[in-house]
Ligand binder design. Structure first.
Ligand code: NAG
Ligand code: NAG
Ligand code: NAG
Length: 461
């Protein structure tokens, strides 16, 4: 069994070519497999002709001289989901249509089955495979869809048809990039969020354009429990001093209701240097704008926030310092790091500030798959000669930047972690002398990385 993942990885990476080498030799294979003919011992030829549908890919290679043992011994029947194999069902709920034919698109269309109205048709398939639906009578093309791991049930109803209407790639004038190049290169599956939004048509992902479809926890297969249950937050802070001792020289409690704490020396000089060296480009801060027709929010230059920001991305996220700091914070707040947004670096010059605001926008944050921000862990990466304090306006509590220290506060109430704690409104006071370098680590109630991968967390967040 231990050898199995390698094999299936090969299968899924090979994608279409795996299908080619392990393809069904008869168009009725799917139908036969559904009729149970793959396992009928008096019909061996079905397995031989239909290795793909019967889940016994490449039987020939197993009988060949250079048989791949791993491959032949693998339990392909179960289609390891982790490596892209999956079982997908098409549900026909279009009252105005008769039978619908389902084709696998592979250079030419291969009929794999038919759907009577109000029936279900299941296929074993792999992520990235493309299927076509045609009216069985007229052969009119109804839809072309790509398989994504998170979309294993396709309900073909009026809403589904509506979602395909007027579906185009994002017009070229509005961005730099090429769906014509990127989709054939295979970018649709590894970058599903970006590619679904920008290249819906080229990726055959028109049915996933709308956030209401694409961004539910159910669609994203997020089974994770929320990071906080009512009352947990209080307990997390009560136990925090003990947990933080191995990382910080002192935890200081500035307030207990709401909890606001600081940590001395939570990040080392070397870590700060490594992180800051990785982020050379700082841009004017942006707020979130309205979502456009493609379900993508535009960033708008912020008037409330005059600082400059940069996100820790790509190679920055692989730095040992980054990983160490994130794991440290994850342990202190007792939330898995998947729930964290990427670290955001901040730079405030003299006169720059961020007016009073809250890090949880409003109750609507609960509609996002990642839920609201529950904590902000703010890292001071420089001292500031004068000004630049983090000021909690409702509490009249100011925290002076101190290089290497951290400041932690909750955005939600302990008794109900979906409700904003208004008491943690805060502002960044203008820098009066010197420069302020800092970083935000925002922690969400649910996994942030999965919805982020699917462009489901709003625009500039
Ligand atoms: C197996 O195949 C034989 C020959 O086609 C057929 O007579 C028999 O009914 C099948 N058995 C099952 C359980 O489908
Ligand atoms: C930041 O600014 C640089 C230079 O102006 C630009 O090339 C880059 O795309 C910007 N990055 C973001 C995330 O806006
Ligand atoms: C806020 O705190 C400062 C310093 O601790 C104090 O001087 C000031 O009077 C307080 N303001 C209010 C409105 O309580």
């Amino acid at each position: 069994m231990a050898k199995r993942p390698r094999l299936l990885l090969w299968l899924s990476l090979a994608g279409i070519s795996a299908f080619e080498r392990c393809g069904d030799a008869n168009n009725n294979c799917y139908k036969w497999s559904l009729e149970g003919r793959c396992t009928n011992s008096s019909e061996d030829s079905v397995r031989a002709y239909c290795p793909f549908s019967c889940g016994v890919c490449m039987p020939h290679s197993c009988s060949a001289e250079k048989a791949d043992e791993d491959f032949c011994n693998a339990d392909l029947e179960s289609h390891d989901e982790e490596h892209g194999g999956m079982h997908c069902s098409f549900w026909h709920h279009l009252p105005t249509r008769g039978r619908i034919d389902v084709y696998f698109l592979h250079e030419e269309e291969v009929l794999v089955g038919s759907l009577e109205p109000n029936s279900v048709f299941g296929v074993k398939t792999y992520e990235d495979h493309v299927f076509r639906l045609r009216d069985a009578g007229s052969q009119d093309l109804l839809a072309t869809v790509r398989m994504f791991r998170t979309r294993i049930v396709l309900i073909i109803d009026e809403d589904f048809m509506e979602s395909l209407k007027d579906c185009v790639d994002l017009p070229h004038e509005t961005w730099q990039g090429s769906c014509d190049d990127w989709a054939p290169e295979g970018q649709c599956v590894p970058n599903p969020g970006f590619m679904t939004v920008y290249c819906s048509r080229s990726c055959y992902a028109c049915h996933l354009r709308q956030e209401e479809t694409r961004c539910t926890r159910r669609f994203l297969q997020m089974n994770q429990e929320p990071a906080l249950r009512p009352g947990d937050l209080e307990q997390v802070f009560r136990d925090m001093n003990e947990r933080s001792k191995k990382y910080s020289t002192a935890m200081r409690v500035l307030s207990q209701s709401p909890w606001i704490v600081t940590f001395d020396d939570i990040i080392s000089e070397e870590e700060m240097a490594e992180l800051l060296a990785s982020t050379k480009v700082f841009n004017q801060s942006r707020d979130q704008g309205e979502a456009n027709a493609f379900g993508m929010q535009e960033g708008i230059i912020s008037s409330k926030r005059t600082s400059q920001t940069a996100w820790c991305q790509d190679t920055c996220k692989e730095l040992p310092s980054y990983i160490a700091v994130i794991n440290r914070i994850a342990e202190i707040v007792q939330v898995p790091s998947e729930n964290f947004e990427s670290m955001q670096f901040l730079k405030y010059h003299v006169g720059e500030r961020y007016v009073e605001h809250h890090d949880m926008n409003n109750e609507k944050d609960n509609d996002f798959a990642c839920g609201p921000r529950i904590y902000t862990f703010f890292l001071y990466l420089s001292d500031v000669e004068e000004g630049g304090e983090t000021h909690f306006t409702q509490l009249n509590l100011s925290v002076k930047p101190r290089k290497g220290s951290g400041l932690l506060w909750p955005s939600v109430l302990s008794e109900n972690p979906t409700v904003q704690d208004e008491r943690t409104m805060h502002e960044a006071k203008p820098v009066l002398r010197g420069m302020k370098m800092a970083a935000n680590v925002w922690v969400h109630l649910y996994d942030f990385s999965t919805p982020n991968h699917w462009a489901c967390t709003g625009g500039g967040r």
